[in-house]
Write a protein that binds this ligand. Sequence first.
Ligand SMILES: Nc1nc2c(c(=O)[nH]1)N[C@H]1C(S)=C(S)[C@@H](COP(=O)(O)OP(=O)(O)OC[C@H]3O[C@@H](n4cnc5c(=O)[nH]c(N)nc54)[C@H](O)[C@@H]3O)O[C@H]1N2
Ligand SMILES: Nc1nc2c(c(=O)[nH]1)N[C@H]1C(S)=C(S)[C@@H](COP(=O)(O)OP(=O)(O)OC[C@H]3O[C@@H](n4cnc5c(=O)[nH]c(N)nc54)[C@H](O)[C@@H]3O)O[C@H]1N2
Ligand code: SF4
Ligand SMILES: [Mo]
Length: 872
Amino acid sequence: MTRSTCPYCGVGCGVLIGRDGAGEIVVKGDPEHPANYGRLCSKGTALAETLGLEDRLLAPQIDGREAGWDEALELVARRFTETIAEHGPDSVAFYVSGQLLTEDYYVANKLMKGFIGSANIDTNSRLCMASSVAGHRRAFGTDTVPGLYEDLELADLVVLTGSNLAWCHPVLYQRLVAAKAARPEMRVVVIDPRRTATCDIADLHLAVASGGDAAIFNALLAEIARRGAVDRAYLAHVTGFDAALAAAEASDPAMSGVSNAELARFCDLWIGTEKVVTVYSQGINQSSSGTDKVNAILNCHLATGRIGQPGMGPFSITGQPNAMGGREVGGLANMLACHMDLENPTHRAAVQDFWRAPAMPEAAGLKAVDMFRAVGNGKIRAIWIIHTNPVVSMPDADAVRAALRGCDFVVVSDVTARTDTAALAHVLLPATAWGEKDGTVTNSERRISRQRRVLPAPGGARHDWRILAEVGQRMGWRGEFCWTSPAEVFAEYAALSGVGGRLGVDFDISEYSEISLPDYAALEPFVWPQGPGRKGGRFFADGQFYTPDGKARMIAVTPRAPVSRISAEFPFRLNTGRTRDQWHTMTRTAKSARLNQHLGEPYLEIHPDDAARVGLEAAGIARVASADGEALLRVYLSDAVRPGEVFAPMHWTGETASAARIDAVVSAVTDPVSGQPESKATAVSITPFQARWHAFAVAGATEPFPKSRYWTKVRSATGWRMELAGDAAPEDWVEEARALFSLPDAEVATVIDAARGTARIAFHDAGRLLAAIFVGPEPISLARSHIVNKVGGENAPIVLAGRPGADAPDPGPTICACLNVGLNQIRRAIKSGHALTVAALGEALGAGTSCGSCRPELANLINRFSQPKAAE
Ligand SMILES: Nc1nc2c(c(=O)[nH]1)N[C@H]1C(S)=C(S)[C@@H](COP(=O)(O)OP(=O)(O)OC[C@H]3O[C@@H](n4cnc5c(=O)[nH]c(N)nc54)[C@H](O)[C@@H]3O)O[C@H]1N2
Ligand SMILES: Nc1nc2c(c(=O)[nH]1)N[C@H]1C(S)=C(S)[C@@H](COP(=O)(O)OP(=O)(O)OC[C@H]3O[C@@H](n4cnc5c(=O)[nH]c(N)nc54)[C@H](O)[C@@H]3O)O[C@H]1N2
Ligand code: SF4
Ligand SMILES: [Mo]
């Protein structure tokens, strides 16, 4: 078994990759990795299902035709060189990703900042961690997370704000659940406008008004002072207390949207519990006041001295596997490598000297939103996008698409050509994927772990660091970009961190400056720093900070509402985020049929009262629109969202749905300090999409390409499954379906009722089911998993019944993705009265016994179905 690290979230779980008896790749949790001790979530568990080569990009492409590497690299180097010569270094840009390995990132940053001589390299971490970075730097003088994961287990109170930990950091959540089970006196508070799966373990849920977090933490700070809970001794290491307190006392708690009684309860818990960890994520960062929200949290920990000690501290958790590594290596447009500061002349000179760099920019480059605006207005004429899909994930995504369409030269490095961004590339470069490459990543607790390769590079795919280095060489810097392995890149990076360490920077891993190939191969996970001065551990308990005077800074925060204003035209607030089993733009997780079963369609979560008000029916289709764009989403009625607020997942793309790229609707409003977009608070209108017909369809291996106004499409265990709807019904459903499935000659069985507008059509090959579609005037309510499972089976026409026979009950929508247990099975088990705990459900059905990601949902279902009066 090879030890590696999961390529998804910032928990950074260790995995063991090997082969089973049949030679198939298997991926298991690494029992020895300190992030997860063997646990994995549903996404980690399904990794082996996502390694197939279908959809992979295997050769470079130039303007859509296959090309050789020499030609492609030469073209990229030449076009960048010419553009720089003609329009200056700031006319080019790199837009990279927190999923790049540290070694890839280091090379990209060195090429842009040291050699091209522009700071126009920014990363999708701008959409993700920028407000935390800015908040940390304002308070600590450095972007450093003080604590360790075990602090969540050692704490007596864990506050989760703007974090759906159960779905987005599931293994850390499982560690928290286990800690709480072992010490039931432990308390958990969740601050989130929605009642998420994470609320399952909450002793208190504060349904904060969108953007209201600073009002909550200001109220807390004022109360800390009022009750004499300030740590006066620690305050000797802190400046800005008086101003921060005055601002806190002046701020209006009502802006939080939380009642005074709930606020008081929160303050009682927080102030009365010494060991408190405040975990925060995108509900804090992705806000036009994100940096202030971060500082409002940090203020409370600084005022009480509860920082950097076991079980105490603020804890920003990172999203992407190497979001933290990217911050360390200087991926953001305002940072240099190794936590050094671009705008600090001493740091700049040190890095320039170390790199022997010809040209270093003196000012920060363009941050993501401004970068794409500059592409749009022609200031940036050549852009290289690596390991990210901005046409889907950037706010005002239609404008990003238009900007790239109009750009002179767009290079995209990806593992697949099938992304909305890759579709716009002049040059498309095939990168090796997870499992095919070597490097390091840093997780949320500053732990650096190896990703290791177990598979050969398929076709012509090359490593991202190598592609970048080869372009650097072709641009004329042969000696500076001539590494032969990621180990050499890592060693150079570690040596540079020693330069920073000698200048007093905290990020120092210079122990590894001379690392050999075998030592890199065997590198064990470790927490930085690892330099001469200091090894591992927590930061800031000693009151030593990285500001000019060595003291921490409390910041005066005045809470602000989201920028996008609610109006008669746009009366709802759109919140966006993640679902449990998909990763971002779905290019990898959607390869797993198992993962596609959980929430396998884009949806709009809306309060039933709001839905009634705008005329939306359960399972109908909603049109969500802002001033910038629109989306069509399935209606999901739920009282887990506040009235007036709606939620939609961020995952769906032009590849997987006709009109569900939610970032087309999200406005490009940013935080003035961090430049991070407000992805969770756009004012929108919601109206029903008047569908004339709805349909559900399944197909075998041949991929269908629907053309209806509304469609969504994912892989199933037997091929493909689709949801469709349209505003104009076709004349002939059989012909329409033949075209959809590319089955011009297949045998067909039909049940068509033109008067009622229903059609059930099955195509088969001597009885073996090839594809089927179920059409009706209303949203289709059929046992989908039953129909999916019939594809490829005999006696095709029986599928037209649309439901299982009495002998084969329908399992219902999948809840437990690992063991394939459906809602109906779970409901039956609960109603039988024999499975009234999560553990008992596990024994009865296996549900929740593998990765455990579904346990919060199981607990909810038990609550719901075990109460005799509960509505279903
Ligand atoms: N399954 C899955 N896991 C992932 C990812 C994935 O794509 N899929 N992506 C990874 C990445 S890159 C990231 S950054 C993390 C993100 O992890 P999270 O930040 O936990 O995820 P989100 O769903 O974006 O948002 C978290 C919550 O913020 C809430 N929220 C919205 N507005 C506010 C507000 O004003 N205040 C507060 N307090 N809360 C608010 C939302 O309702 C939502 O429940 O997840 C990582 N893990
Ligand atoms: N509305 C809204 N928008 C959001 C968010 C939100 O909460 N709401 N969250 C934001 C956040 S926090 C994040 S992190 C972003 C994420 O958004 P993106 O970074 O755009 O999403 P991914 O799907 O992870 O994109 C990664 C791309 O890299 C490709 N890839 C995979 N492996 C490799 C590799 O080894 N090399 C290369 N070169 N390419 C590879 C994948 O195929 C995919 O196209 O989205 C942001 N956008
Ligand atoms: S929690 Fe899940 S997605 Fe995150 S690193 Fe662990 S296995 Fe991967
Ligand atoms: Mo992220």
